[in-house]
Design a protein. Structure first.
Length: 375
């Protein structure tokens, strides 16, 4: 086959790794090109604080000089410390529809992880569960929303043929405003808010001091709320601040909410406008082009993605999650949004799935899979 799989070692190699993604989506109308500058930032081992407790090695597969696949092997010391295991990860996987090419890529990643003492490989994560993660296995009929993955259908077969099995599925729910923004649900939520003494306010984006205090509150709730979850690794202070700085560029204060019970912070939710509705037109992934499409097509954005929602453990049966979903839905409806995506939700997160299905009338419309394999 004349395929070579080589480690990425130079800035030129890394740029080729990033740009190779376009090779696998020619003619795919649902492909949203990533912003190349954002990918560089994500993979920058000097500036991205994730790599203070993690290592990454990129590999690029070529045939006759053309990129036909890529993969990253990743170690995450915090994950293994928190979960008391010895797992390595793979991410940023792209490949032609050829099992031999995929197997060669996985062999390179697996060998690197074995040399780092890992006993299992899990993925895809890009580069962690706090980032884009999971392989899309169901729901290929429309483009991905912001900060979610998308891939050709055949990737699942390539991964399975390489010896991987399902570790966990992640759900994405679609919430249609017409299904749950009504007087009946509003009465239920209002009664819930009164009974539990719930109040909801926006994060303060205008006052720098208050914004920093609010971010500290979000950080505390985030790390406490998700700590028991499968695969979750709490963010370091630097990681959270790194993420907050990025999200601040696209966030809308209407969708960055802190929930208080009896005056004490108890939960929060963050949704962002689905800027992928504009970025899908940015065919070459340039930063300038992305800014242009955001500026000229922002009025066409009519959906949001709820990227994180959580309650402190002691308040998780207060109904605060339903109150937050409803509040974002009402605010989104007033801002002209027709629907929202809530993702991702672990398949066995009973309370969150129940709230989304029963109270918010949500429907699972996309499913992502995390795979695992012993080394």
């Amino acid at each position: 086959m004349n395929i070579t799989v080589s480690p990425v070692t130079t800035p030129a190699d890394k740029l080729a790794f990033i740009k190779s993604q376009w090779n696998f989506y020619r003619g795919d109308a649902n492909f949203v090109p990533p912003i190349i500058a954002d990918r560089k930032k994500l993979l920058d081992t000097e500036k991205n604080p994730f790599y203070k407790h993690a290592e990454i090695q990129l590999f690029l597969a070529k045939r006759n000089g053309e990129a036909v696949g890529r993969i990253a092997a990743i170690t995450n010391a915090l994950h293994n410390e928190i979960h008391s295991d010895n797992i390595g990860f793979f991410g940023f996987f792209e490949c032609e529809n050829n099992p031999q090419t995929a197997t060669a890529l996985f062999a390179a990643a697996e060998d690197w992880l074995r040399k780092h003492g890992k006993t299992h490989i899990r993925g895809p994560v890009n580069p962690s569960m706090n980032d884009e993660c999971g392989l899309l296995i169901d729901g290929f009929n429309e483009p991905p929303m912001v900060l979610t993955t998308y891939n050709p259908r055949y990737y699942a077969s390539l991964i399975s043929k390489a010896g991987f099995e399902k570790a966990k599925d992640l759900f994405a729910y679609i919430l249609d405003n017409n299904d749950y923004i009504n007087d009946k649900v509003r009465r239920i939520i209002n009664a819930l808010r009164e009974r539990s003494q719930i109040s909801i306010r926006s994060v303060n984006f205008k006052n720098k001091r208050q914004f920093n205090l609010d971010v500290a509150t979000l950080k505390e709730i985030y790390n406490a709320a998700w700590q028991p979850n499968w695969g979750f690794v709490k963010m370091t202070n630097e990681e959270f601040d790194f993420l907050a700085a990025d999200l601040k560029q696209v966030a809308n204060p209407d969708y960055a909410l802190i929930l208080e019970i009896s005056g004490k912070p108890a939960g929060f939710a963050l949704a962002v406008p689905d800027i992928n509705q504009t970025l899908i037109h940015n065919k070459n992934g340039s930063l300038l082009g992305a800014l242009w499409h955001l500026l000229t097509k922002r009025k066409h954005i009519n959906q949001v993605r709820i990227i994180v929602l959580g309650m402190l453990p002691e308040y998780q049966r207060s109904g605060g999650d339903a109150a937050l979903y409803f509040e974002i839905g009402e605010r989104g409806f007033k801002n002209g949004n027709q629907r929202g995506e809530a993702s991702w939700i672990l398949e066995d997160n009973v309370m969150m799935n129940r709230a989304l299905q029963q109270t918010m009338k949500g429907t699972v419309y996309k499913t992502y899979r995390i795979y695992e394999k012993p080394l």
